[in-house]
Write a protein that binds this ligand. Structure first.
Ligand code: FES
Ligand code: FES
Length: 174
């Protein structure tokens, strides 16, 4: 394996929110910094940079990961989805985002992108969650201002609405 020179950058190509992108980064650069400062996906927030708060959570090949614990080079050739991927045409909110809005599940919104991405992954794998399963996933996130009851209610409401939508038009809901 070729030894990299000090400060040498490497080319990283990935699919970000359905679009092929590539840019250079030092091998030590975190995925969270690469997304925010190199690719401009600033919806991914950075709080603790220690894997604790969860606000940097993104989907890597569909699985929720802490982007502050992932190196940008680990995303090479893979698919990354950030909170920017959730809204539809004309920035319309998706069902999970609408449920957050209607259940007052956010105030400042700093923690919200990571929570939305965790539950996007979770609801894709578990379309009929119990309240305790939702609480269990939410325990991986810190919110400093809203309190967690509204978030739990929002996720349960979104799960119900997604199931209804799927029953009505099975092909339109992932
Ligand atoms: S910034 Fe990644 S978990 Fe807190
Ligand atoms: S809504 Fe402010 S930190 Fe969660």
């Amino acid at each position: 394996m070729r030894q990299l020179k000090k400060d040498e950058r490497v080319r990283i190509a990935l699919v970000l929110n359905g679009r092929k992108v590539s840019a250079d980064a030092e091998p030590r650069m975190l995925l969270s910094d690469f997304l925010r400062y190199v690719l401009g996906a600033t919806g991914t927030h950075v709080g603790c940079e220690h894997g604790i708060c969860g606000c940097c959570t993104v989907l890597l090949d569909g699985i929720a990961v802490r982007s502050c614990l992932t190196l940008a080079v680990q995303a090479e050739g893979r698919s990354v989805a950030t909170v920017e991927s959730l809204s539809g045409v004309n920035a319309s909110l998706n069902i999970l985002q609408q449920a957050f809005q209607s259940n007052h599940a956010l105030q400042c919104g700093f923690c919200t992108p990571g929570i939305l991405m965790s539950f996007t992954d979770f609801l894709a794998r578990n379309p009929s969650p119990s309240q305790s399963e939702v609480v269990d996933v939410l325990s991986g996130h810190l919110c400093r201002c809203t309190g967690y009851a509204g978030i739990v209610a929002a996720v349960l409401e979104a799960a119900d609405r997604l199931k209804d939508e799927k029953t009505r038009s099975p092909s339109s809901v992932p």
